[in-house]
Design a binder for this molecule. Structure first.
Ligand code: ADP
Ligand code: MG
Length: 374
């Protein structure tokens, strides 16, 4: 079930602010043929684009199968447009240099379906709209009504739940318009069809529900969804944009094969990079090894000497530090008379420390330690 709640949409062009939709709320059933009726400029296209995820609302919410779209990311919108929505435009929007069949097939290409399956489904869709014998015509060799039927086939080939049509008969004469309407009515048997039109006769004749729109506001709804109906609807899980692992692998592989030169160049460039990094790593580890070996062989020629007494170097260095501090303090004090007599106990201090930092090594214990097999 599709629901829009308090939707607002503004367009700003320079200093002009146009309120295209002004607090629009609607709930749609899963199968019905809704006609949105209103004069030109009343916001019909804007409403349809927002329902189809082609445009974003400023305020309000679009609820798809019970799930709010406020937190939708681009990926979710893509999935929604790909799987749930089919579009039919007033101006058909067919690609003129491709055949009818290719036009319909194109809608399936991004869905990750195999070529033969694509062809089969495109032909089926075209047969459904009564064009099974015109597969290889170009769009400009067809009448308006036929082109619109191709557009409907293209919209339906992905098997969406919702078909959105923006003035689908706007460019057609009444006779061909009726053919298209008959087709949409048939589609509405098992789809939600929302059609925008300003032709009230056609709407009355075919639609099961008519919503009137004027200046961005809803002014009438012939068959609104009641609260009870809304409660009965069960929320459905949304289809994900997904492709089986095998299909995606196959597609990637085929893609690689179709661009042989590019693939080869990329592979070569990648290999050069990897080989380069490997070379640098190998070289650096080799040099490290060499330095280590050199160090070992050089050092082994110096024997380790252990003497009975030694000097404690750490106490010496602390002395040097404190002496540095003393000197700094002396130069810092400017009150001292220039011709005073100063005592100098530094050399005595050094001598004292040097003699006191001589320590005796306990060689007996050390030898016992070395001799102990454990
Ligand atoms: P309808 O389809 O009912 O004719 P639209 O939904 O196309 O109406 O437009 C509703 C209002 O919003 C119009 O006044 C139109 O000028 C304005 N509008 C629509 N699209 C844009 C846009 N892209 N930029 C600025 N204004 C826009
Ligand atoms: Mg319009």
């Amino acid at each position: 079930m599709l629901q829009i709640k308090g939707i607002y949409k503004q367009y700003k062009t320079g200093s002009l602010v146009q309120q295209a939709l002004d607090d629009v709320s609607l709930t749609f059933r899963d199968n019905e043929f809704v006609a949105i009726l209103g004069p030109s400029g009343s916001g019909k296209t804007t409403l349809l684009n927002i329902i189809g995820g082609l445009d974003r609302y400023d305020k309000g919410d679009l609820i798809i199968n019970g799930v709010s779209t406020k937190k939708y990311r681009d990926r979710d919108w893509d999935a929604y447009r790909n799987h749930s929505i089919g579009f039919v435009f007033q101006s058909y929007n067919l690609i003129s240099h491709q055949s009818v069949l290719q036009n319909v097939e194109l809608a399936l290409t991004i869905s990750g379906i195999s070529r033969s399956e694509r062809r089969k489904r495109a032909i089926e869709a075209l047969e459904k709209v009564g064009l099974g014998d015109q597969l290889h015509k170009k769009p400009n060799q067809m009448s308006g009504g036929q082109m619109q039927r191709v557009a409907i086939a293209r919209a339906l080939v992905n098997n969406p739940e919702i078909l959105l049509a923006d003035e689908p008969t706007g460019a057609l004469d009444s006779q061909t318009g009726i053919q298209v309407m008959d087709l949409l009515k048939e589609v509405a048997q098992d789809h939600l069809v929302i059609m925008v039109t300003h032709n009230s006769d056609l709407a009355q004749q075919y639609a099961t529900r008519i919503v009137n729109l004027r200046d961005g506001k809803i002014t009438g709804d012939s068959n609104p969804v009641t609260g009870r109906e809304a409660e009965l609807e069960k929320p459905k899980k949304q289809k994900r944009v997904s492709m089986s692992y095998r299909t995606s692998l196959g597609l990637s592989f085929r893609n690689l094969l179709t661009k042989k030169r590019r693939t080869l160049t990329t592979a070569a460039a990648g290999s050069i990079g990897i080989i380069g990094i490997a070379l640098i790593l190998a070289l650096s580890s080799g040099v490290n090894q060499y330095i280590e070996d050199l160090q070992k062989s050089t050092m082994s020629s110096y024997p380790i000497t252990i003497s009975a007494s030694t000097v404690d170097l750490s106490s010496m260095s602390s002395l040097m530090g404190s002496m540095g501090g003393l000197t700094m303090g002396a130069t810092g004090s400017g009150e001292e008379p220039e011709d005073g007599v100063h005592s100098n106990s530094d050399s005595l201090l050094i001598e004292n420390t040097v003699t006191s930092s001589f320590v005796e090594n306990d060689l007996t214990a050390f030898k016992a330690y070395l001799d102990d097999p454990d």
